[in-house]
Every structure is written in structure tokens, then in C-alpha cells.
Ligand binder design. Structure first.
Ligand SMILES: NC(=O)c1ccc[n+]([C@@H]2O[C@H](COP(=O)([O-])OP(=O)(O)OC[C@H]3O[C@@H](n4cnc5c(N)ncnc54)[C@H](OP(=O)(O)O)[C@@H]3O)[C@@H](O)[C@H]2O)c1
Length: 290
């Protein structure tokens, strides 16, 4: 999902080699399993990249809980393979490791020092971060983002839009808070961080105080002019989810704003941009000019 938005934007930096595992995407030019040390080493030997942007993950939180081995292989072993190759062959390699707001638990908003992962996903992402930090030029970005989704992954916003359109009755959590960025804003920020040679660990979320998933959903419906009246609000506690979920994933973003001397976009900014992109895609699919 992030790779689809990010790949075209990275092209301003030079030649890029987008890597995926097996699911076809028009962006991807090389397929293989980065948790396999032989594949990872061969790939990196062949291309000797200056910069690696690592967006590989097993992001399904319940899958991670159910299949710890897969969570380790995808979230940790891929990072180990990349970092081992770089330490041995090119320690100056720059690595951008995309992490998550699920490394936090307890009341937020969270500064970068207050880690407390509650589930296997958060723990393995944090482990991946620690591996990435072995490289001097690593940049670790803890983030959450929303997008219109892809053919392969609908994502939260994509699922909400479909639910509104189909007038499906859904329950929205009023006790889970976050401050996500729109995928395009996050992608542009990643490019800006790379251009600025930023290193270290940073929260990269929307500015301002964040909101609940229920508030986000209703703002999305309003922004797109969709009917959100079929929804009801409830607690994440009452949903029978396998993995424990943090209630408050809101991140403080002052550290990255100071380092870059910028203000990050707000959730509203992101939703406006998403609405524009959605209208354009609806118009394109029905052959009408937006
Ligand atoms: N989605 C969110 O809301 C969210 C929130 C916070 C942070 N993040 C972080 O953002 C990053 C991107 O997330 P996303 O939602 O874009 O993930 P995604 O849509 O699931 O994409 C993950 C990509 O990694 C590839 N991949 C998985 N295992 C691989 C392996 N062993 N070797 C090579 N490629 C492999 C997948 O290929 P296949 O499809 O072929 O398996 C897929 O292209 C992740 O680091 C995630 O932790 C995501």
C-alpha cells in the first residue's frame, strides 16, 4: 500500500529498483523473498544501492499474533539480511526503515522514547528497528497512514468507503486514537527526509492532537459526501480480536518538525487530498473529466 504511493515519488532521487515478493504490481521490477538471505545478498550484490527504503512487513496484526514465525521472518529477518549485507559490504548504505505507531501502548500522545508494544506486530517491528539502528545512516520512521488502497489491499479508508457506499452496518471504535497521514503526504515526506540526509528515529504522523477511528470515519464520510449514518460506535474491547490492540497510538511529531524545520500536514489536510484523488478516480473510471 505504501510502496504503491511511494515508488513513483522516489524516482526524483535517481534509478530505483522496486522489489516485491510475489503479488504482481506495475511498479515492481524484481520479485523475491527478502527473508531469504541468499536472495537478499544476491539482489544487493547485483545492484549495490546507495539507499534502501524498507517497507516490507506483515502488517496484519492478528496474523502476526497467530503466526509468530511469519511475523519474525517478514518484520525482522528481512531487515537482518539487508543490514548484514550492508555492514559487510557497504556500511555507508542509507537505510530508511518504515516502522509503526503500534510500538506504543498506554496513554498518548507518545514521544519517541515511550515504547511499549502490546502485540507481536509491534514487538517484531520494534525488533526490526533495533536491527536497522546497527547501520550508522539509518532513518527509522514510526508512522500510520491512510490511502484509497490498492487492488490487493483495501486498507482502513478503502474499507470505510466501500462500507458507506454499500450502506453496510459497521461498528467504529471510539476508544482507539491515532494521527495518520495521507499516503501521498507520507511519501513526499520520505523523499524530503532522504534529500535532507535525515538519520535517527522519528514519529511521522499528522500534526495536531489526533482523533478516534470513529471520528476519522465520520470526517471521511463528510469529506467524500457519503452517507455514514449506517455506522454505530463501540469499543475495541467488545470486538473479538485476537491480538491486543493499543488504545492510544497518537504520536508527538515535534521532533521531526524541528529537525526538518517544517509543519506536518493535519488529518484534515490529508482527507481533503484523499477526497480529491477519490473524485478523480471515480471520474476516470466512469470516463468523466473531474
Ligand atoms: N498499513 C498501515 O496502515 C501501516 C501503518 C503503520 C505502519 N505501516 C508500515 O508501513 C510499511 C508498509 O506497509 P503497507 O501497509 O504498505 O504494507 P503492505 O501493503 O502489506 O505491503 C508490504 C509489501 O511487502 C512485500 N513483502 C512482504 N514480505 C516480503 C518478503 N519476505 N520479501 C519481499 N517482499 C515482501 C509484500 O509483497 P507481497 O504482496 O507479494 O507479499 C508487499 O508488497 C510497513 O513497514 C508497515 O509496518 C503500515
Amino acid at each position: 500500500m505504501l510502496g504503491t504511493g511511494l515508488t513513483p515519488r522516489l524516482e526524483v532521487l535517481g534509478d530505483i529498483i522496486p522489489v516485491g515478493r510475489r503479488n504482481p504490481s506495475p511498479n515492481i521490477t524484481v520479485y523475491g523473498d527478502l527473508s531469504d538471505p541468499l536472495f537478499a545478498t544476491q539482489l544487493l550484490d547485483d545492484h549495490r544501492p546507495d539507499i534502501i527504503v524498507h517497507t516490507v512487513a506483515l502488517t496484519d496484526v492478528d496474523q502476526c499474533e497467530k503466526n509468530i514465525r511469519a511475523a519474525f521472518e517478514t518484520n525482522v529477518q528481512t531487515t537482518r539480511n539487508i543490514v548484514s549485507w550492508a555492514l559487510k559490504n557497504a556500511p555507508e548504505t542509507r537505510l530508511v526503515y518504515v516502522s509503526t505507531d503500534q510500538v506504543y501502548g498506554g496513554p498518548g500522545p507518545h514521544g519517541e522514547e515511550s515504547i511499549n508494544p502490546l502485540n507481536v506486530y509491534g514487538m517484531t517491528k520494534l525488533w526490526g528497528e533495533d536491527v536497522a539502528r546497527n547501520l550508522e545512516h539509518s532513518l527509522i520512521l514510526r508512522t500510520n497512514f491512510f490511502s484509497l488502497g490498492t487492488e490487493l489491499r483495501q486498507g482502513f479508508a478503502g474499507w470505510l468507503i466501500e462500507s458507506f457506499q454499500q450502506k453496510r452496518s459497521i461498528t467504529l471504535f471510539e476508544d482507539v486514537w491515532f494521527n495518520p497521514l495521507y499516503v501521498t503526504d507520507l511519501s513526499n515526506l520520505i523523499v524530503a527526509f532522504i534529500k535532507r540526509n535525515l538519520t535517527g528515529t522519528f514519529n511521522v504522523g499528522a500534526s495536531e492532537t489526533g482523533l478516534s477511528k470513529a471520528e476519522f470515519a465520520l470526517k471521511l464520510a463528510t469529506q467524500l459526501g457519503l452517507d455514514g449514518s449506517n455506522t454505530k460506535t463501540g469499543s475495541v474491547q467488545s470486538a473479538d480480536l485476537l491480538a491486543p490492540r493499543p488504545h492510544d497510538m497518537r504520536m508527538l511529531v515535534g521532533k521531526v518538525e524541528s529537525a526538518m524545520n517544517i509543519g506536518l500536514p493535519s488529518v484534515e489536510d490529508g482527507l481533503r487530498q484523499l477526497a480529491k484523488d477519490w473524485q478523480e478516480s471515480v471520474a476516470a473510471s466512469s470516463g468523466i473529466e473531474a
